[in-house]
Design a protein around this ligand. Structure first.
Ligand code: SF4
Length: 337
């Protein structure tokens, strides 16, 4: 059997940076983590073991960490505490509140996410109707929305089709020229009621989804401005997994079930080959690999190397056990992070 890892699988630059900052902060004393720092139970548990206490007031994220003890509001955090802000960003109001309360704030927001915040704010200030392409309720999306109070979230092309259906009727000079002798206007033009649309996306969206939504929205305003805010890691990670899916007999995608970018890798690869999504090696089943000669492995941006190695080792053991063979292991020569 051949086991091949996708290019750029696992921890991205932003998650590595956030975890490093969290560990360095916790080495100096206990701290509160506002928001799930990364979408991976193993990583979060490690941070909790180092003295990190979780605070999660986003219902979407809170539903994913119900097993971990956590506070549900920043108001419960004692004064004078150190508060770490998660990698995928927090609403501007949370940042302001933490500073007003005099907390020692350590902001681990990934610079790619900060760039989306700035872009959304600029568009809002310039009177654009802001659209955020992303998952409803996702903490990163909620953070982006907070910088553009008029922002609408669009998750699918079907949702985009339902937006801005009203049209205003205008008579242009050209049309007035087309008035007949009897005074009847024979042609009327209809323009969208939205003059300016400004579009940004959640950093972990897939290109395909963004393109599909933009192509629907581009006819719905007189001016449409689109910023490609998918982050570098996604530009490497998703195509890397897709490329491997075209070669492999099956794909294993490793990552938290609450990780949006892991979900998108799974969805993209599922369209190409037999694909399974697991959080850990415990979920792997012998049946999945019967007769498979080439197993591809992809992983989300918040999946630590340990989780990937656990799966590789399981597959090595499986090949020994089932095929009395030692697999060939192919690791990417180039890793983005
Ligand atoms: S996925 Fe991209 S935006 Fe998100 S933390 Fe990683 S590098 Fe930053």
């Amino acid at each position: 059997m051949k086991i091949e890892l996708a290019k750029a699988a696992g921890f991205c630059f932003g998650v590595k940076r956030s975890v490093k900052l969290s560990k360095e902060t916790l080495a100096k004393g206990s701290a509160y983590l506002y928001g799930m720092p990364v979408h991976n139970q193993r990583v979060v548990q490690d941070i909790v073991n180092r003295g990190g206490k979780l605070v999660e007031d986003n219902p979407y994220a809170a539903s994913k960490i119900s097993k971990l003890p956590h506070l549900t509001s920043m108001d419960e955090v004692p004064s004078g505490s150190t508060v770490l802000m998660r990698a995928h960003g927090v609403p501007v109001q949370a940042l302001e509140k933490a500073r007003e309360k005099g907390f020692n704030v350590v902001d681990t927001t990934c610079p790619f996410v900060t760039m989306v915040h700035k872009t959304a704010k600029e568009l809002y200030d310039a009177k654009y109707q802001v659209i955020v392409i992303g998952e409803h309720g996702h903490p990163e999306v909620e953070g982006i929305k907070s910088y553009a109070p008029n922002a609408l979230v669009v998750e699918t092309p079907e949702e985009a089709k339902k937006l801005f259906l009203d049209k205003k009727q205008y008579f242009t000079t050209d049309e007035i020229m087309r008035e007949t002798e009897s005074g009847q206007i024979v042609e009327k033009l209809y323009y969208p009621t939205i003059p300016k649309l400004g579009i940004v996306s959640q950093t972990t969206q897939s290109n395909d989804n963004v393109e599909a939504i933009v192509s629907v929205l581009q006819n719905k305003a007189r001016e449409v401005r689109v910023y490609n805010t998918i982050c570098n890691a996604m530009h490497e990670m998703q195509p890397g997994a897709v490329e491997l899916a075209h070669k492999a007999d099956c794909m294993i995608i490793i990552g938290g079930k609450n990780s949006g970018n892991t979900k998108r890798q799974y969805e993209l690869c599922s369209k190409i080959t037999d694909t399974k999504w697991v959080e850990s090696r415990e979920e792997l089943k012998d049946d999945w690999f019967k007769g498979k000669k080439h197993v591809g492995i992809g992983a989300g941006a918040s999946t630590p190397d340990e989780d990937i190695e656990d799966v590789v080792n399981w597959l090595i053991e499986y090949d020994h056990r089932a095929n009395h063979a030692t697999p060939e292991i192919i690791r990417p020569a180039y890793v983005v992070h």
